[in-house]
Design a protein around this ligand. Sequence first.
Ligand SMILES: Cc1cc2nc3c(=O)[nH]c(=O)nc-3n(C[C@H](O)[C@H](O)[C@H](O)COP(=O)(O)O)c2cc1C
Length: 404
Amino acid sequence: MLTGKRVLLVISGGIAAFKALDLIRRLRAEGCTVRCVMTAAAGEFVTPLSVAALSAQPVYQDIFSLKDESEMGHIQLSREADLVVVAPATANIIAKMAAGIADDLASTTLLATDKPILIAPAMNVRMWHHAATQRNIDTLRGDGVRIVGPARGELADGESGEGRLVEPADLVTAIAAALSEIGGTTPRALTGRRALVTSGPTHEPIDPVRYIANRSSGRQGHAIAAALARLGAETILVSGPTDLPDPPGVTVRAVENARAMLAACEAALPVDVAVCAAAVADWRVAAETETKIKKSGAPPQLTLIENPDILATLSRHPDHRPALVVGFAAETDAVAQNAAAKRVRKGCDWIVANSVAAGATFGADDNTVSIIDAAGQEDWPRLSKAEVADRLAVRIANSLGRPS
Ligand SMILES: Cc1cc2nc3c(=O)[nH]c(=O)nc-3n(C[C@H](O)[C@H](O)[C@H](O)COP(=O)(O)O)c2cc1C
């Protein structure tokens, strides 16, 4: 997908620097040439030897090294790239970029380049929210620098919040999207296709302040939208409330409840493929009140009524039934049997079945799934949610074939 593309990766000195190794591996697997510049601080977290071995290129660290400069000067380094990526980007390098400071090879290269730059910030949550960092980010955005993340979640220092480096698979998506915006990549398997993905939980209102929800994090659905976009599909993600950043290259429609999710899905039709990964609430409160229910007297009796069934509606759509409809079945017991029955009941083509017994899947980084279709059942090993998404996107591309 990135065959022949050249990325100059600047690795700065944050705790997430080790993830740059996975990023290099993934970019090279996509056919990309990766040349790396490391700051001195980055060398405290990962060894230049690992970076050189994975990139199969010399690593550049020192602006005053006769060897580095004689082999490849900082001007030339930045010229011989289609895209410059800074991952992870520390608060320090972001500040230096915003101020135009050039006091080492990495910052000098970033100032000397005339190529597009994408940065993936990663730092402690308070460093990220500090007024200085936010000011610097605004400056960089104004300078045309692309910014991906940071993501929200557990941070290495034990705190949680915004500050995590975007996962390497999603960084590859962002890099592919940036490269494709810049100058067009080779045609990808889902180019010319439209995809609809639902993700996350729904919030079903009880009154203006309370709602019924579920434990879905949206990670799997968001990863699928990113993977489909990475293969070139024009992708619309209809998402319930989540903490996740918008996947790169995807049009996101944010909704609260099941009825709004259905309306957004129907508005997105026609599509070639619909992947319904959202955990849509089966029921909602029959009579949502317009004012807050007061805590006086007896507890209220809530009557539940059924929500619309989005998967079944899309699968049996009279006018715009997608060529391929994929549902998800989160089951706690008899996973495969229940999922197979659900496929027939809903009228969809495939069901991705996963066990959510004892919280095994909701919010986790990985997932064990089986794909059930008319031909039978395919069990996949335990994979990261990004890998499940990649495999599913490739399976979808193979099933749809080339657009006519
Ligand atoms: C253990 C440790 C972890 C660190 N993690 C981060 C981080 O994730 N993000 C960040 O902006 N700075 C982090 N720092 C601080 C940077 O290493 C420091 O600001 C350094 O000057 C960055 O240099 P560079 O931007 O040239 O790579 C960390 C420091 C230490 C000691």
